[in-house]
Ligand binder design. Structure first.
Ligand code: HEC
Length: 110
């Protein structure tokens, strides 16, 4: 039956896509957080920090420089603001900060 052949092909493709997504994501955090983080980033951060984290090379900090141990600094600067960056704690929703962190720490270098 051609139909079952297509169904099987669709399953194979779906499995391959999932496998490559989880390979790109590494171990933790869950992929959902990165996708949410990417969305929050595009909404609030991109116009200063650059599309896909690629810094325009002007005044804002290059977020790809953040390392795992920089989370406290990241959290403090983003929530309370730093220099010319406004504070975000009134704008971000519960979980947004961690989603941004997941996005930044997994997508950098890409
Ligand atoms: C209005 C432009 C603007 C927007 C929007 C913006 N930033 Fe920034 N950001 C800056 C500037 C400018 C700096 C450099 C601040 C300094 O060191 O004086 C900075 C610095 C930072 C730093 C480094 C702070 C440090 O400790 O040195 C982080 C982390 C950061 N931004 C994250 C974010 C995130 C996450 C968002 C979105 C929620 C965001 N920024 C949105 C302008 C912006």
């Amino acid at each position: 039956m051609p139909q079952s052949h297509f169904a099987r092909l669709a399953r194979v493709v779906a499995v391959a896509v999932l496998a490559s997504l989880s390979a790109a994501a590494g171990a933790a955090p869950p992929a959902g957080d990165q996708i949410r983080g990417a969305r929050v980033y595009r909404q609030f951060c991109q116009h200063c920090h650059g599309p896909n984290l690629v810094n325009p090379g002007t005044v804002s900090f290059d977020l790809r420089r953040l390392r795992a141990e920089d989370y406290p600094r990241f959290s403090e600067s983003v929530m309370n603001g730093k220099g010319n960056m406004p504070p975000w704690k009134a704008t971000l929703k519960e979980g947004d900060l961690d989603a941004l962190w997941a996005y930044i720490t997994t997508a950098r270098g890409g």
